[in-house]
Design a protein. Structure first.
Length: 317
């Protein structure tokens, strides 16, 4: 079986880890990863979602913080702050900087991000192929009240989404193209899964890249989404602030309707919701999307694996 997952952030990383643990050796999983969080900082190209997923699948992530490498030190970041360089509120670990240096060096040699990602991930036995959604620099910027603009990372990490957002812009997306392998992975997949990632700033930038939404519409495989909302609340982070900015309620059925049914011009065939949100199922079904009520909390390896199984089962019907 060929499985393609649209993913970004911690929720997507944990889902991919659980999915990887339940597939057979003959199955192939490809993750198309958001690059909207990417940025240049102190001369380094930072790719937060690609790295979070890589570290999680490699067993190297810091589970307590939810980002970065386990056992990390931050001496270089301390020196940068002392010199007044970079963003003092955006800390890079020393091991993590090694990844960013490698990426920046390879990009400087003329390699596209997709090839750089292949080289970097080859160090680890991930069990999942990672492809950036595009090789082009497409960054998410936030237009805030008053008309100002800032990179998503500043809004998210520095301000903790406390400044009201008017809208989100994928800067550079109009001229971007899917990275090599992206459209092929969608077209060849038996199952396509929209991970429980932030619908606005993780999955949204992927779908905004010209050609990807059309590829999903035409894909022969079944498209299954996993709700990032449980009991009317976000599982992690501040996705509710993002949803509010685009006029979508923080509810499992509202997010399903935001994505829409493939039969009606959207992207979903089926949608997994938590048992606590079972009352949302009729509205989802009425919108042309099959609703599957299952436990969604990924508390540990076992529950993450169970969710992976449920997502694959939902593709069958």
């Amino acid at each position: 079986m060929k499985i393609t997952v649209l993913s970004g952030g911690v929720g997507g990383a944990r889902f991919l880890r659980g999915l990887r643990d339940v597939i057979s050796p003959a199955d192939q999983v490809t993750a198309i990863v958001n690059v909207g969080d990417d940025m240049w900082l102190t001369g380094l190209r930072i790719a937060p979602d690609l790295d979070s997923i890589m570290y999680t699948l490699a067993g190297e992530n810091d589970e307590q913080r939810g980002w970065g490498r386990v056992g990390e030190t931050e001496r270089v970041s301390a020196e940068l702050r002392a010199y007044g360089v970079g963003w003092p509120w955006f800390t890079l670990g020393d091991l993590d900087i090694g990844t960013h240096l490698t990426r920046t060096h390879l990009l400087g040699e003329g390699l596209p991000l997709s090839e750089v990602t292949t080289r970097i991930t080859s160090r680890w036995n991930l069990g999942v192929r990672l492809i950036p959604a595009t090789d082009d620099e497409v960054e998410t910027h936030v237009i805030v009240d008053g008309g100002g603009s800032m990179h998503f990372q500043e809004w998210w990490t520095r301000h903790r989404a406390s400044i009201a957002a008017q809208r989100f812009e994928s800067v550079g997306v109009a001229a971007s193209t899917p990275a090599p392998g992206v459209l092929e992975a969608i077209a060849a997949a038996d199952v396509i899964i929209v991970a429980p990632s932030n619908p606005v700033v993780s999955i949204g930038p992927i779908l905004a890249i010209p050609g990807i939404r059309d590829a999903l519409a035409e894909a022969p495989g079944v498209v299954v989404g996993v709700s990032p909302i449980i009991s009317g609340s976000v599982v992690r982070g501040m996705a509710d602030a993002c949803l509010t900015a685009i006029g979508v309620a923080t509810a499992a059925d509202a997010v399903a309707l935001h994505y829409g049914a493939r039969s009606r011009g959207g992207v979903l065939d089926a949608w997994l919701i938590d048992e606590s949100d079972a009352a949302c199922a009729p509205a989802i079904e009425a919108a042309g999307i099959r609703a599957h009520v299952v436990p969604l909390w990924m508390h540990d390896a076992e529950s993450s694996a169970a969710l992976g199984r449920d997502a694959l089962a939902a593709a069958i019907g």
